[in-house]
Design a protein around this ligand. Structure first.
Ligand SMILES: [Zn+2]
Length: 140
């Protein structure tokens, strides 16, 4: 029980740090964008370049905003005691894994099993396509 509390505090801290990083990145970009707009008036020649650049930064910004939302959701799940356990087998996802993949919903074993299942599905699709280098018959 105490372990869970400590773990949750660690995870909350980890998510909070990430949230803070993203938020300041988004905010500094937003204030930069405002300054840029001022500079750009009467600078029509560089407009197309600036547009491309702005498009790129906008999608980056959107990505960060989306990540922020996901962190918020993760924090809500953490409060509800639903963060950090595997969706498939309900076991605790190791903290190390969550640090690398804060939005992981499966433990490594389940994730691997899933990848494997996907691979098998692909293989089976090949078997049934009519032409295969490894016909089922050979294995009988
Ligand atoms: Zn699992």
């Amino acid at each position: 029980m105490t372990d869970t509390i400590i773990r949750n505090e660690d995870l909350r801290y980890m998510l909070g740090e990430r949230r803070h990083e993203l938020q300041s990145a988004v905010q500094s970009r937003l204030s930069d964008a405002r300054t840029d707009q001022h500079k750009m008036i009467g600078d029509e020649l560089e407009h197309s370049d600036a547009d491309t650049q702005e498009g790129l930064e906008l999608s980056l910004l959107e990505m960060r905003a989306e990540t922020l939302t996901r962190i918020d959701e993760a924090l809500v799940r953490l409060d509800a005691g639903m963060y950090g356990s595997c969706y498939e087998c309900n076991s605790e996802i190791p903290q190390r894994r969550l640090q690398a993949l804060p939005f992981a919903v499966r433990c490594q074993a389940c994730e691997q099993r899933r990848e494997l299942a996907k691979g098998h599905a692909r293989l089976n699709a090949q078997h049934h396509s009519g032409f295969s280098l490894f016909p089922d018959v050979v294995r009988l």
